[in-house]
Design a protein around this ligand. Sequence first.
Ligand code: 5GP
Length: 346
Amino acid sequence: MRIEHDVKLGFKDVMFRPKRSTLKSRSEVTLERDFTFLNSKAEWQGVPIMAANMDTTGTFEIAKVLADHKLFTAIHKHYTPEQWHAFLSNAPTNITDFIAISTGTGQDDANKLKTVFNQHPELKFICIDVANGYSEHFVEFVNKTRNLYPNKTIIAGNVVTGEMVEQLLLSGADIVKVGIGPGSVCTTRVKTGVGYPQLSAIIECADAAHGLGGQIISDGGCTTPGDVSKAFGAGADFVMLGGMFAGHTESGGELIERNGERYKQFYGMSSATAMDKYVGGVAEYRASEGKTVEVPYKGDVKDTLQDILGGIRSTCTYVGAARLKELTKRTTFIRVAEQENQVYNR
Ligand code: 5GP
């Protein structure tokens, strides 16, 4: 047994130190970024925020709104090829720049991917998503997918350490998804004791990825626009959000009315709710690693979007970053023992 003694940090452990800036207004800040991906060699331009590939947030309805604002959606893996066909037949042509098709690593998953790509070769992004990205089988699947689809941009995860980011990039991934256990409806840390504080995971994984010319997505743990800024400040190229996009008109999940208040159901993709829905219950050998919650109904997702983007623009003006790309360079985090004043939140 070994213990690493250096402290690993989460979003709640830091704040940005404000810096002198020549920016006059947050309207001068541009949040769009350009990337050329390591293996696919494809180019991309947009606002690098993503809706998570959960069936409550990675919906076609969310994707339409987000793409309209040049944000990305990792579409969840439970849509059928027929549903994909119906969606793409009526979607704007640039939608394929802002969506990924998600897949697990089973043979059925690979077959479904093939069926959708045969019918829709215009799709550009694949998101290979497993809870534990440390297995050899997963790395082999990434490698096989790269060989089958040399020009597609491959997102793969989740991992939290630099050496595994490097291994995935060298096995054919373009963008590595980073995060184990920080999610709002995730219970992995409770059920297994495994995890990595998200801010440190981003700092370490971004360093590894950028050294090879790859990108990372910070996935999970953001609860406010300030957290999204912190993820970018730490070095994330993209930030993926589940809970912050849950509860909207365009989100999945049942709408519930109780005592005149409206709520929407939101649950982890390894929760008993999701497993009941898709695989007929939680298998005997495993525990559910996700929660089911009801979030207050938040209205249209475009309003939340404005709130998030406004917050990040404001962060940029506080530290003097005219472009999101400059935020990491302009970031000095201070370690803190307090966050916001909660007196009126109780
Ligand atoms: P959030 O933005 O809600 O904090 O985190 C979203 C992320 O949580 C997802 O993108 C995914 O990586 C993770 N996640 C979603 N469902 C589950 C689950 O059931 N269990 C675990 N461990 N993580 C989940």
